[in-house]
Design a protein around this ligand. Sequence first.
Ligand code: WQD
Length: 328
Amino acid sequence: MKVLIIGGAGYIGSHVRLAMTEAGHQVHIFDNLSSGLRENLTPDTGFTHGDILHYQNLVQTMREQGPFDAVIHLAALKAAGESMIKPEKYSVANITGTLNILNAMCETGISRIVFSSSAATFGEPQYLPLDEDHPANPENYYGFTKLEIERFLAWYDKLKGIKFAALRYFNAAGYDSQGRISGLERNPANLLPVIMEVAAGLRKELQIFGNDYDTPDGTGVRDYVHVTDLASGHVKALEYITNHQESLLVNLGSETGISVTEMLETARRITQRQIPAKTVPRRPGDPAKLYATSARAKSLLGWEAKHSSVEELVATTWQAYIKALSLD
Ligand code: WQD
């Protein structure tokens, strides 16, 4: 298939590009490079430096670089904390941006989309593991934008026949194990890249946001899923909506809870560096534990996380940091 990957120069998008080209698909990337990196672009794909807020940019790319069989849409703002302070920014980038994509697809006749949704759509868990039927009550505006987009997708399916796959990612982490993705995220706020920056000497210490949670070691537990696993989920989801002519909403998680302390200790062991850490108060809005069941992705897509052990997450990420920063 010929696929337009919007946000394909970003951290997850570049891994999705790799999985799609490996699966034999032809890829064109559309990215405004606001957080995506030029170094994540490769000669085997076309590239348009464009913005989803410019409707004509999208229509022109879909017309001139196509015809496309599908869009994979990963372009979004994703800082949950910031979304509570600057919701306007998130409304425009995430909601208006996605509506532009959907409308441009209608105008140019593209009828399939794979969309990056998020576990942030669920909010505080009422039970664990989280399945797709768990009530969706997002705790932050970022999660709200993702949930609203899922609802728009359902309407565009009903009214315009656009088939979608909404993939609810849990915590994306890790890097391509063969070192093919070298771009590091700028100013990361997520746990593993922060730990890596401390290990690399770019930050003084890790702040552990609370050690008094109701979890085995008192620190927050999350479901970290390797980006290579997430990427293969996109390939399988696109195959599914194409073959079944049916839309899809699935969790993509490892089904394993890893605590902050476990991640930190594994990183100390693998990097052989000290990684100073200090406990600070809880971060507002952080639930104690979140992890998925990915049973639906398994039964419908034959997907499961294969590279998401804590060791593989840390080792592949550290390898990317060593390479990009020329450490050791
Ligand atoms: C993980 C754990 C923190 C940093 C966020 C978004 C979510 C999704 C993924 C994108 C928690 C602890 C973290 C640090 C720490 N985003 N932590 N010190 O909050 O689970 O999810 O990213 O789609 O929408 O909310 O991820 O990596 O920030 O935190 O102690 O410096 O690590 O408290 O327990 P989170 P995270």
